[in-house]
Design a protein. Structure first.
Length: 142
């Protein structure tokens, strides 16, 4: 069997067994390297894993999310929302506009979009759900 056939069969079997896709890809590529007819050294596996993880942007995202959580725990998020609510809270759709403005301020402070979503969204999404208007009544059939 060729390396490609081994990889595809292993991938199909692991996905059908209900395994997560990332694990299926790891198992399929490892099986293809071990059982296939290519003569690659096994160091290719761990070198590829470390090269894929060693991207600076991917390493920074969890740190920004933690920074956003710390800012939320320190009540900075609530103060940013209060300032945004004072600026645009009385406008039509003020809660949605307040959310956007608070996210803008928070992202400027933390430097992270995911951290902003985690911190501001945890407060504003439940508030928007509580305040949503009731749907208009259906017109009566004549």
């Amino acid at each position: 069997m060729s390396t490609m056939e081994i990889a595809l069969i292993t991938l199909a079997v692991t996905i059908l067994l209900g395994m997560p896709i990332f694990m299926s890809l790891i198992i399929a590529s490892s099986a293809a390297l071990l059982l296939g007819d290519s003569m690659l050294p096994l160091s290719v596996i761990h070198n590829s894993l470390f090269e894929g993880i060693n991207i600076f942007t991917l390493l920074a995202i969890p740190c920004f999310v933690v920074a956003g959580s710390l800012m939320e725990y320190g009540n900075i998020t609530r103060q940013i929302i209060d300032v945004a609510k004072m600026l645009v809270g009385r406008m039509y759709g003020g809660l949605g506009i307040t959310t956007i403005l608070a996210c803008t301020f928070f992202a400027a402070i933390s430097g992270s979009g995911p951290g902003t979503v985690a911190a501001v969204g945890a407060i504003m999404v439940p508030a928007m759900i509580r305040r949503r208007p009731h749907p208009p009544a259906a017109p009566s059939a004549l």
